[in-house]
Design a protein around this ligand. Structure first.
Ligand code: ZN
Ligand code: ZN
Length: 346
């Protein structure tokens, strides 16, 4: 089968690889229908993720059709159309029993990291009963690829951790990439009075306005801290979501958070950031971090089925698996190509 293989920092290739086989009784083999590329895949290609070794098939998102299941897999059968979660979970360990699937002792984020992933014609999914979801009927299937990772990530790490649950609260989201936009979409379940998007790219800010942002700030053209303070009467926001993963954007969040507020970190950080406790110690704020658990995938599937949100709006480009190198190029040059999520048909 064809697969996109990581060959070490800066190197990748579309290669011919053996089709995966069942190796445990709770495995399933899934024929990929659609997959996509995540910002995390670009981090791997930069060499930022040492757990991912050269030779690994990348990808942790996708939908597909079950090809085969092991004897212990009872919830799925060949022919079932499924959503693949970016987080594999055994459902049995202490972390899984607490709903913290991201830290499953035999799972977590392993797909396209420590085991072969979804940017291929077939993938082996361990612990299939608790790592796959049946696709709901009557929904545009390709939109559901957004539920493998970015929608639960935006919702759990940004909206729920950020306590955006009080109608009328004020929110700033720093970073209007796919996950920042997924946070914007799912924040609106709770009717914030104000959602301010901050980014360097006017195109992404324009998209954010069509997705429901009330205000946008281009931080390459104006000081984002001064602009947020002006918009909020000098108070700051109740929730600041960091969806970039660099020190400067985290420091923006520290500077715009209102007393009693929550800074929800979503970004993948490769470097330490400055924590301004000399100013924040008395401000009753909370700082949260999280690796997505995908514990909310069932309710997000229902929300999409009921058309409460439209994740298809995040898809900007389509490619065939044969052209996945072009898809990486397009996704990697997002500012020029205006790419958000690129969909790849296997
Ligand atoms: Zn991802
Ligand atoms: Zn577990």
């Amino acid at each position: 089968m064809k697969a996109l293989v990581y060959l070490g920092p800066g190197a990748k290739a579309l290669q011919e690889r053996p089709k995966p086989v069942l190796t445990a009784a709770d495995d399933a083999i899934v024929k990929i229908v659609k997959t996509t590329i995540c910002g995390t895949d670009l981090h791997i290609l930069k060499g930022d993720v040492p757990s991912c070794a050269p030779g690994r098939i990348l990808g942790h998102e996708g939908i597909g059709v079950v090809e085969a299941v092991g004897a212990a897999c009872t919830s799925f059968k060949p022919g079932d159309r499924v959503l693949i979660s970016c987080i594999s979970s055994c459902g049995k360990c202490d972390y899984c029993r607490r709903g913290m699937y991201s830290h499953c002792v035999v799972g977590g984020w392993i797909l396209g990291n420590t085991i072969d992933g979804t940017q291929a014609e077939f993938v082996r999914i361990p612990h299939a009963d608790t790592s796959l979801y049946h696709l709901p009927p009557g929904v545009e299937e390709e939109a559901l690829v957004m539920l493998s990772d970015i929608l639960p990530t935006g919702f759990e790490c940004g909206v729920l951790n950020g306590k955006i649950e009080h109608p009328g609260c004020s929110v700033a989201i720093v970073g209007a990439g796919p996950v920042g936009l997924a946070t914007l979409l799912t924040a609106q379940f709770f009717s914030p009075s104000r959602i301010i998007m901050i980014d360097l790219d006017d195109n992404r800010l324009a998209v954010a306005r069509t997705f429901g942002a009330t205000d946008t700030i281009n931080s390459s053209k104006q000081d984002p801290v001064a602009a947020v303070m002006k918009l909020t009467g000098g108070v700051g926001v109740d929730t600041a979501v960091e969806a970039v993963g660099v020190p400067a954007t985290f420091e923006v969040c520290e500077a715009i958070i209102a007393p009693g507020g929550t800074i929800a970190n979503v970004g993948v950080h490769g470097r330490k950031v400055e924590l301004h406790l000399e100013r924040l110690w008395s401000q009753n704020i909370t700082i949260t971090t999280r690796l997505v658990d995908t514990a909310t995938t069932p309710i997000l599937l229902r929300a999409v089925t009921a058309r409460k949100i439209n994740p298809a709006s995040l898809i900007t480009h389509h490619f065939a698996l044969d052209n996945i190198l072009d898809a990486y190029d397009t996704f990697g040059r997002a500012a020029e190509t205006r790419a958000l999520k690129v969909l790849i048909a296997a």
